[in-house]
Ligand binder design. Structure first.
Ligand SMILES: *Cc1c(COP(=O)(O)O)cnc(C)c1O
Length: 365
């Protein structure tokens, strides 16, 4: 049993069986007499892990043969540049829905300007501190690609469906990958860091449509060319072996839970439980537009009149075992990240804590 309720935004809570398997493999990996961090990544025992991990991705997300799944280093932040290098030619469009979306956009914009080309924000929600997902915008048809961030980890908004897009669609799914079924065929590229929903920090995933590569006219550095990694089966250079091992175990756990459809149902239940408490409780208020609320990151603040109690609530929650509910440093307030591996009991414990706090505040009033 875990001793705390972990609501960290990433790195974050992982399934206990995955951690246990990681500990065992650190001691002795696959009967090799060596630790998983001591074996050659060219050994046949390691190949088995890579294959199993790849197959779990394919199976869980129903990835079509047109797409390849890759495991790479560099964080999701390098993924911003991977997208540009492999898909940008003359003009790209971005949906600016948060800090990460803006960073991805900036990477494209700076590169575009350096070659006399253009990257544009097709729509933005910066006017209301990224508290909603823009709607009713038109995607220009002359774009090389349109880039979205499906879940805005810091602001708690989410695009929970696979949009129709007249140009190749690219999505940063760092913080909601594997939280719901995805129609992979609609995307030219899906990428992200593992450390929010599928594993520890140190490895990223990229699900890329092979048929859409090789169409840009500029030079692509070897390590930033997805074709390099497709050819090398994610082992062109030494892969981040330990994070990949833990990711594989995390996905194994997900499969045992019934896969993405089953976990999505549970994620919705967890989110509904917490949002309904936020809406009911008189001392807290949600910050994201109701229709765009994320089922992964739940953001809220003290209700008007109670702002001075923020630190009191943090201390109150900490005493009850809540970890990581402080909002991102750029927005303040609170954020509970309730990823796949966050148990319902933790969400219930947070709800109980919020109720208790409300009672205490009202008694003192
Ligand atoms: C965390 C996060 C990133 C950055 O990930 P790194 O692996 O730290 O580079 C990018 N995009 C989104 C949506 C994120 O949540």
């Amino acid at each position: 049993m875990k001793k705390v309720h972990n609501f960290n935004a990433g790195p974050c809570v992982l399934p206990e069986p995955a951690i246990k398997a990681a500990i065992a493999a650190l001691e002795d990996f696959a009967g090799t007499g060596m630790s998983v961090i001591e074996v050659s990544h060219r050994s046949k025992e390691w190949e088995v892990v890579m294959d199993e991990c790849r197959n779990l991705w394919k199976e869980l997300l129903n990835i079509p043969d047109t797409h390849e799944v890759l495991f790479l280093g560099g964080g999701a932040s390098l993924g911003f540049l991977y997208a540009v290098m492999n898909f940008f030619d003359r003009k790209a469009g971005y949906l600016e829905t948060g800090v990460w979306a803006k960073k991805a956009f900036t990477e494209a914009k700076n590169y575009a300007e350096s070659i006399g080309a253009q990257a544009i924000a097709v729509a933005s929600s910066v006017d209301k501190t990224y508290s909603y997902i823009p709607k009713g915008y038109e995607i220009p048809t002359d774009l090389d690609y349109f880039h979205i961030t499906t879940n805005n980890t810091i602001y708690g908004t989410e695009i929970r469906y696979d949009m129709d897009c007249p140009v190749p669609l690219i999505a940063d799914m760092s913080s909601d990958i594997m939280s719901r079924p995805v129609d992979v065929s609609k995307y030219a590229l899906i990428y992200g860091g593992a450390q929010k929903n599928v594993g520890p920090a140190g490895v990223t995933f990229a699900i890329v449509n092979k048929e859409m590569l090789g169409k840009v006219s500029h030079y692509i550095p070897t390590m930033l060319d997805y074709r390099t990694h497709i050819k090398g089966a994610s082992m062109f250079n030494t892969p981040p072996v330990f994070p990949i091992f833990v990711m594989k175990e995390t996905l194994k756990w997900l499969k045992e839970q019934g896969g993405v459809e089953a976990i999505n149902k549970r994620n919705r239940e967890k989110a509904a439980l917490l949002y309904s408490e936020i809406d009911r409780n008189s001392v807290f208020v949600g910050t994201a537009a109701v229709e765009d609320r994320s089922i992964m990151n739940v953001c809220f603040v003290m209700a008007p009149g109670y702002e001075n109690l923020q630190d009191d609530f943090l201390a109150f929650a900490k005493e009850r075992g809540m970890v990581g509910i402080k909002g991102h440093r750029s927005v303040g307030g609170f954020r509970a990240s309730i990823y796949n591996a966050c148990p319902l009991e933790s969400v219930q414990a947070l709800v109980d804590t919020m109720r208790e706090f409300e009672t205490k505040v009202n008694q003192n009033a």
